[in-house]
Design a protein around this ligand. Sequence first.
Ligand SMILES: Cc1cc2nc3c(=O)[nH]c(=O)nc-3n(C[C@H](O)[C@H](O)[C@H](O)COP(=O)(O)OP(=O)(O)OC[C@H]3O[C@@H](n4cnc5c(N)ncnc54)[C@H](O)[C@@H]3O)c2cc1C
Length: 499
Amino acid sequence: MLLDFYKGDEVPEADVLIIGSGVAGLALAGELKGSGLRVVVLEAGRPKIDNSLLEHKTVDAPYRAAESAGRAKAFGGSSLTWGGQALPLNPHVFGPRPWINRADWPIGPDQIDPYASRALAAMNTPETPIGGTPWKAGIPELDPASLNWAVSRWSTQPNMAGKHKEWIAESQQVHVLTCAQAVELKQGPAVLVRSANGREELISAKRVVVAVGGTEAARMLLCSKEIPHNPNTGTSHMDHVSMVCADVYPESDVFYDRFVNWYSGGSKLMPKILLSKEIQKEKGLLDVGGHFDIPVTQGFDVLKRAARTRKPEDIRDLIRNLPGAVSAAASVKFKGRSPVDKSASIPLEALCEQEPDTGSTITLAEEKDSFGMPLALIDFKISELTRRSMTEFAMTVKREFEKAGLAKVCLHDDRLLDPVEFRKHAGDIYHPMGSTRMGADAEAGVVDPNLEVFGAPGFSILGSSVFPSGGWSNPTYIMLALACRLADRLRETIPAENA
Ligand SMILES: Cc1cc2nc3c(=O)[nH]c(=O)nc-3n(C[C@H](O)[C@H](O)[C@H](O)COP(=O)(O)OP(=O)(O)OC[C@H]3O[C@@H](n4cnc5c(N)ncnc54)[C@H](O)[C@@H]3O)c2cc1C
């Protein structure tokens, strides 16, 4: 059922208490549906987005993921604003990569791959193999020792509140309690919860899963005096660094055949290229890749906007551009391709992982939010290695694409070669990771390979903050594979304890 802590609804008994009803929390609740376990999900926000509830403080450099465009405090969490693009992590990112300090994962792809289908289903992405899909027009003729390729798959329904609302409203086993802000974790395990009208309650459960998002998880631990302090908490804060690093001018239609988005099973598929792991290893670089942001026709733009927002002004715009919109719809339906505007140059957008020890941190500010929790103080740094990795990627794309006669690639040398200019143009893309990292032991991490918090029995963390390193690809698919794995573990361990 959907309950409201502020309005005085009673808190049901829980075996599993999940804090946060974002992508991770709702996916875990969905995986536990029908398990017989009683599940309560605490959500600080309201049923709809209210950005006045976002409280964050950043220092040193702008950090977009902490701002209102970068997350949503509401039932459904950041799924109300995200893209819903799924990509696997490159297997070599799990490690070992001796040239990057503290980047190794204590688990390998063998712990993720068995959950691939369920993770894709959790994000409403049609199940065809990701990363291994043959490209619409054949595999690009690029030297695999320099550049590799992948395909990202987009969710057909990214809004997780929409996906889960109806069955939760009917359920007697899974309850979501909105306006319920967890303010402190207590040994037990238990959670102290407050609402804006001063209601306060200590809620216990057999297990507590902290699924509050990539920046809030570290804050939650740091605010909880009964959780033994782990020096790793709040360190190794990372994101993906993104920047347009070249303008591309296709020299052959083969370029468009290879790199235009296509549609299959209702899902958008986006071709990507990445720097080979051989070059990364040889030159000691980070995992980096990117895509060509091929402009679409104006007709397609207005069609997509009207379909997404359904606002009167966007519908009027659609009517004004009807012939273009009809031709765009026909291109998608009959050719399965985005209709492109071939008159414009094409930005090459690169995405680079960050190394875990840039010195970026999440600590507590002196200032408190309206519930008495200290705000998170985010110190986000971008390293020289990020710039070097992105520059090598851009230069490799130029070399390979010009050699293959696919396109002329004009690099933004000003941004790539000058660290000051680089910092002005490069920024995070709402993928906070690493600040409650997974490790083999408490010296290496905050949670163990099963996501359980070291030294705090009964507490787990689910989110991209457990990633010891992030690779270049969007994080949520891997996070959802971890959610499915955690659900299986909860299903196995809790009934066994009850028996
Ligand atoms: C614009 C944008 C585009 C993105 N695109 C992609 C993409 O294409 N692919 C991809 O993989 N990722 C993408 N992401 C990242 C993706 O949204 C996150 O990885 C994902 O939402 C993380 O899920 P989560 O459940 O950990 O956090 P969230 O979805 O942020 O949910 C956390 C929830 O916890 C609640 N909460 C926080 N603190 C408390 C508390 N103390 N008590 C109770 N509740 C609390 C919040 O209100 C929120 O509902 C994008 C993000 C943004 C902002």
